[in-house]
Design a protein around this ligand. Structure first.
Ligand code: NAD
Length: 507
């Protein structure tokens, strides 16, 4: 499938075909070895047009296919994914650098999205309002929106595409996936398995590329809806361009997630949860805790515990090495960017208490965990999304102070509190300025059945990804009012029942 020299194919009308622009490519790297393992074509608007035509042609038949039959494809898909579970995880590790355990956890979360999609028949129903007026019945029902697009980031190559297409497709839409050019291999395998599960040609399509391809998708007349996950700058752009071209858009952006540690927190458990949140997936999670707010006297012992714990993590290459507990970041450039924040921190007056640059990287993109104390909210390290294994520690006098730190943050994805006080937890839940809240949970990322409710600059749009909000995003409502003129007044027997006899004996 993937070769070092040949550009990867697109998937259009059920066929793997070369892009019309595969001379220009982006290298897909194995972060554990620094080697090129594939080449993603830069793609072209012509590719997008082909994919949109294919998806448009397939749409009427697929939208008319009963929802239980559509869901049945997802049941088959689930079985195929389950069978390939480990191989999917290993592919993910190869192109992204996650540890094997992290990769398996990601595939599990993606699989749960497919399980959720299997329940769409139970969620897609409408409401009825009998006799909403005299002799008049009202009802709502949900219809597919049309050709949907998914544009995904590098940090969850398997799970994030699965946030989107299983629900969209089961709701009766057709789909075009544009995966991150840095990690296209998992997306390709997911699409291959979908075809194997029996999805009709044209319902699922895949194109490759960057800005030019994204722009062509956002402005194409026949695209109805766009789901995007990535950085805030691009999320905002996708939201603005897509919605100004009449598309329904949900665009999830970057984050700066705060973890508040109260003086009464269970310190050992909190340190473990904080380290897992900040350094898990090498800090490249949109729900990673990147700022610890230490309240009152907890600060010094927290720092000590964190440095001890982080120092014991087995940071190593991950491809072919299941013993690694933390793997590399996505690229050499990204590693240098993350590391540069350590120098910025020093010059802005913060204190680097653990420096991840001491890890031996060889040809890999490894960077060890870093902890920076005495960070304040005027520093770039607090204001900007670093997206790497670097935890900033802000000191606060009180819970109110900690909540005020969060309020100043332009992002609003997730936040957690570590405490044994129900009152502190309640205050935090009610007043912290973020959409996903954890109480003694390091990464409060919702599972498939719940919406992924980022706030502020972490989300642009209305209906969020996942859960029933996902079903609502991928369907539009139709309202029908019905009156039958045979009904002379509201006590008249309904003509539906008349047709089978007044005693309704058809069943
Ligand atoms: P990114 O914004 O660079 O890329 C995301 C997608 O946008 C990719 O498919 C890419 O090809 C495309 N893209 C890049 N530049 C573009 C441009 N100029 N115009 C149009 N499209 C463009 O993000 P990334 O670096 O791949 O992923 C990391 C980011 O994603 C982080 O900011 C992280 O917080 C965020 N993220 C957010 C969530 C969430 O749910 N909020 C989840 C995962 C990742």
């Amino acid at each position: 499938m993937a070769s070092q020299n040949t550009a990867l194919n697109m998937f259009i009308r059920g066929q793997w075909t070369p892009s019309s622009n595969c001379e220009q490519t982006t290298a897909v790297m194995n972060p554990s070895t620094g080697q090129i393992i594939g080449r993603t074509p830069v793609g072209s608007p012509q590719d997008v047009d082909d994919a949109v035509h294919a998806a448009s042609e397939a749409l009427p038949t697929w939208a008319e296919t009963p929802v239980v039959e559509r869901a049945r494809v997802m049941f088959a898909y689930r079985q195929l994914m389950e069978k390939e579970f480990d191989a999917l995880a290993r592919l993910l590790t190869r192109e992204h650098g996650k540890t094997h355990a992290e990769a398996r956890a990601e595939v599990q979360r993606g699989l749960e999205m497919v399980e959720f999609a299997c329940s769409v028949p139970a969620l897609i129903g409408g409401q009825t309002f009998p006799q909403i007026a005299r002799g008049v019945d009202g009802e709502t029902n949900r219809h597919p929106v049309g050709v949907c697009v998914g544009i995904t980031p590098y940090n969850f190559p398997n799970m994030v595409p699965l946030w989107m297409f299983p629900i969209a497709i089961t709701c009766g839409n057709t789909f075009i996936l544009k995966p991150s050019e840095k990690v296209p291999l998992s997306a390709i395998r997911l699409v291959e398995l979908l075809a194997e599960a029996g999805l009709p040609d044209g319902v699922m399509n895949l194109v490759h590329g960057g800005k030019e391809v994204v722009d062509a998708l956002l402005t194409h007349d026949d695209v109805a809806a766009v789901s995007f996950v990535g950085s805030t700058k691009i999320a905002k752009y996708v939201y603005e361009v897509g919605s100004s071209h009449g598309k329904r858009v949900q665009a999830a952006g970057g984050a700066k997630n705060h973890l508040i540690i109260m003086p009464d927190a269970d310190l050992d458990q909190s340190v473990k949860a904080l380290a897992a949140s900040a350094f898990g997936c090498a800090g490249q999670r949109c729900m990673a805790g990147s700022v610890a707010v230490a309240v009152g006297r907890v600060g010094d012992s927290l720092i000590e515990g964190l440095v001890d714990h982080a120092g014991s993590i087995n940071v190593d290459v991950t491809d072919g090495n299941d013993a690694a507990e933390m793997g590399p970041v996505i690229s050499r450039e990204h590693r240098d960017r993350v590391a540069s924040y350590l120098d910025i921190a020093k010059t802005s007056g913060a204190s680097v208490v653990l420096d991840g640059r001491s890890v031996e990287a060889g040809d890999s993109f490894l960077l060890g965990p870093s902890v920076v104390d005495q960070v304040t909210i005027d520093m770039p390290l607090w204001k900007e999304e670093v997206f790497g294994p670097l935890l900033s520690v802000v000191r606060a006098d009180s819970l109110e102070h900690a909540i005020a730190v969060g309020k100043a943050c332009p992002y609003g994805n997730g936040a957690s509190i570590f405490t044994q006080s129900g009152h502190a937890a309640r205050e935090f839940k009610r007043h912290f300025n973020a959409g996903m809240i954890g109480v003694n949970v390091g990464v409060p990322a919702p599972m498939a059945w719940l919406p992924f409710t980022g706030w502020n600059q972490s989300f642009f749009g209305d209906l969020h990804i996942q859960g029933t909000e996902g079903v609502h995003f991928y369907t539009r409502q139709k309202m029908t009012l019905t009156r039958w003129f045979e009904s002379k007044d509201e006590s008249h027997v309904d003509p539906v029942w008349n047709s089978v006899g007044p005693t309704g004996s058809s069943t």
